[in-house]
Design a protein around this ligand. Structure first.
Ligand code: NAD
Length: 419
């Protein structure tokens, strides 16, 4: 796992370097690459939690702040047993460029706690979540650093954290965390925003390529908040889900998988492998099945030089962060496979998180249709900009997305006198 984690950070730096080499402003000024290829600050904390048996257990957490030129830091909180420093650094770098490519005024950060939350009771999880805020509340806040959910964290956890923060600072502060339930200052549409944004990006790229979603066969790795919602939205648009997986394994049926049944299984805390009418695969097997569109929606570094050659899809939409490494990128490009990069493809979540913050500041809440219209407009404009930049620079979509984002980050740094 250590290897994987180092890879995520090396991968993030490699992606930035590749884009820097194509973009004159950065290529001709090496200081620019130096300034954006490291996070500014990493904090490690130990969070003591009283477990149900009365014993204290200490959990280790990392928080990385990459760049705040477009202020304030924005980031997701990951609870996972494999979290470590390199992964958190990589995720904070991707967040800076994600916010910039969709042009929302936020910087890049990330938080991760080494814990398998499935092994904790609800009470232990709440004490860990509140303990985390006590360790960090002096460094976070609506105008400095605003967390949101990521792998294994959810609206309930965000509500506990917001509540703890509000108590510590002595005032109700809904804008301190996003991804909250509606009853605690959440935004309509936030829980489906990552997948919905992914659908809008996919629709636009297919349209610009003279193609459409209807009739496409789709395989998805990961059946969580991002992957499962995406599956349902694509079925609604006339696609067929032929493969899906979770951490226990995967399934494949070229005639289609019933996503409502999969949702039922997952809602009962089951695994997709319990679905009967499909061939069983290992968790990575779903990446190489016969399909038109492949959607990695689990963890980073899933597609590498080894399995990239076996991919049959024509399009890959990176709903997960960092699922394709740099070696695989080159192989997929040579094979004519279009990779729609994470910093654009999964940006719907942070976009609606930003809308949530705006609504919290206004103390006025928008209808779901208003949130959706704003998401659609902004993410479609960003997709067009990335697509045309790829044509202009004769490069693939990932480097084009970084070029668009880097220009905005450097402009902000220049205006603030940092470069
Ligand atoms: P989640 O915890 O809800 O779901 C993750 C899913 O991946 C689960 O079904 C899990 O079983 C599965 N999984 C884990 N390891 C796997 C493996 N080795 N093989 C196959 N499946 C595996 O998490 P999520 O919120 O859906 O996030 C998934 C990805 O999307 C992450 O990379 C995350 O950073 C990214 N993302 C999520 C959001 C969001 O709003 N949730 C926003 C942007 C990006």
């Amino acid at each position: 796992m250590e290897q994987n984690i180092q890879d995520a950070f090396a991968n993030a730096r490699e992606q930035i370097k590749h884009a820097c080499n194509m973009y004159d402003e950065c290529r001709l000024d090496l200081n620019k690459y130096e300034l954006i290829s490291h996070p500014r600050r990493i904090i490690e904390v130990n969070i003591p939690v009283r477990m149900d048996d009365g014993l204290i257990k200490t959990f280790v957490g990392f928080r990385s702040q990459h760049n705040d030129a477009r202020w304030p830091f924005k980031w997701g909180i990951r609870f996972h047993q494999d979290v470590n420093r390199g992964e958190v650094k990589a995720l904070s770098m991707w967040m800076t460029f994600k916010c910039a490519v969709i042009d929302i005024p936020l910087g890049g950060g990330k938080w991760g706690v080494i814990v398998n939350p499935k092994e904790l009771s609800d009470g232990e999880l709440e004490r860990l979540s509140r303990g985390y805020v006590r360790e960090l509340y002096k460094y976070i806040g609506p105008e400095t650093d605003v967390p949101a959910p990521d792998v294994n964290t959810n609206p309930k956890i965000m509500a506990w954290m917001m509540d703890e923060y509000s108590k510590l600072v002595g005032k109700y502060s809904p804008g301190s965390f996003t991804g909250k339930p509606l009853t605690s200052g959440g935004s309509a549409g936030r829980s489906t925003s990552t997948a919905q944004g992914g659908v809008y990006v996919l629709e636009k790229i297919l349209m610009l390529s003279g193609d459409e979603i209807k009739g496409k066969k789709v395989a998805i790795q990961g059946a969580g908040n991002a992957g499962l919602v995406m599956a349902q939205l694509l079925v609604d648009l006339g696609a067929t889900i032929v493969g899906i997986s979770d951490s226990k394994g995967g399934i494949f049926n070229e005639n289609g998988i019933n996503i409502e049944k999969i949702s039922e299984i997952k809602n009962n805390r089951g695994s997709v492998v319990e679905y009967e009418d499909a061939k069983q695969l290992d968790p990575k097997g779903v990446l190489t099945v016969g399909c038109d569109i492949l959607i990695p929606a689990a963890l980073e570094n899933q597609i590498d030089a080894k399995n990239a050659k076996k991919i049959q899809a024509k399009y890959i939409l990176e709903l997960a962060n960092g699922p394709v490494n740099s070696e695989a990128d080159a192989i997929l490009f040579d094979a004519g496979i279009t990779v729609i990069p994470d910093i654009l493809a999964n940006s719907g979540g942070v976009m609606v998180s930003y809308f949530e913050q705006v609504q919290n500041n206004l103390n006025y809440y928008w209808e779901a249709s208003e949130v959706d219209a704003k998401l659609h407009k902004k993410i479609t404009e960003a997709t067009e900009k990335v697509y045309h930049t790829a044509k202009e620079y004769n490069t693939f979509l990932r480097s084009a997305a970084y070029i668009v984002a880097m220009k905005r980050v450097f402009d902000a740094m220049k205006d603030r006198g940092e470069v």
